[in-house]
Ligand binder design. Structure first.
Ligand SMILES: [Zn+2]
Length: 75
């Protein structure tokens, strides 16, 4: 369960490259970025499974991810 069939891959929060789901849990899924090796754990307990795939991101989404990642790095 967790993110459901649409959550097989998501954009990496760090580099916006493809992160594959490596572990599917009951409430959380774990994703591993194939590009930078960053591990992401997403909690789908409250949101439920994804209704639409997050991969591939639109150019706008990709730009937002990279902007957010840069802002986090500056902290
Ligand atoms: Zn990455």
């Amino acid at each position: 369960m967790a993110g459901g069939p649409h959550a097989a891959a998501i954009p990496c929060w760090r580099c916006a490259e493809r992160a594959e789901r490596v572990r599917e849990g009951l409430e959380t899924d774990t994703f591993l970025c194939g590009s930078c090796g960053f591990t992401i754990t997403l909690d789908f307990d409250e949101s439920g499974p994804l209704e639409e795939p997050l991969w591939p991101p639109t150019p706008e989404q990709r730009a937002e991810i990279l902007k957010a990642a840069e802002a986090r790095d500056k902290r």
